[in-house]
Design a protein around this ligand. Structure first.
Ligand code: ZN
Length: 106
C-alpha cells in the first residue's frame, strides 16, 4: 500500500494521523475523500464484485468532524465484517464498537 500519511495530515488533527493510518492498514479498507455531499458526511461500502471495501469522508469537514466521521464509518466496517447485513446499521453491535485499546463496555 502506498504511503498516504501525508494526505491524512491535511484532514485530521495532528495527534490522530498515526492512529487512523494504522486503522486503515490493519482493516484493509480504502479511504476515499470526496466532494461535499449535502446528504451525508461519509459512508461505508462493503466489498462487492471484487471491489475492495471502502470508507468515504467529505473533504470539507473540519479535522475533528473528519475524525469522528471516519470512526463512525469504521464501526460500520467492523459490524459488517462480523455480521454482514444481518443487524441494524446503528444497532447495539455498531454502538458497542470501540477502537483498539479502548475497553468495550457493552
Ligand atoms: Zn452510520
Amino acid at each position: 500500500m502506498k504511503n498516504f500519511r501525508h494526505i491524512l495530515e491535511k484532514y485530521l488533527p495532528d495527534n490522530a494521523v498515526d492512529a487512523v493510518h494504522e486503522l486503515i492498514e490493519d482493516n484493509q479498507v480504502n479511504l476515499n475523500i470526496t466532494r461535499k455531499r449535502k446528504t451525508k458526511l461519509g459512508d461505508f461500502r462493503p466489498p462487492v464484485n471484487g471491489k475492495p471495501q471502502r470508507i468515504s469522508v467529505n473533504h470539507d469537514l473540519n479535522p475533528y468532524s473528519f475524525l469522528i466521521t471516519f470512526v463512525h464509518e469504521l464501526a460500520h466496517q467492523k459490524v459488517w465484517a462480523r455480521h454482514q447485513n444481518k443487524v441494524r446499521p446503528h444497532g447495539v453491535e455498531w454502538q458497542c464498537f470501540r477502537p483498539p485499546g479502548r475497553s468495550n463496555s457493552c
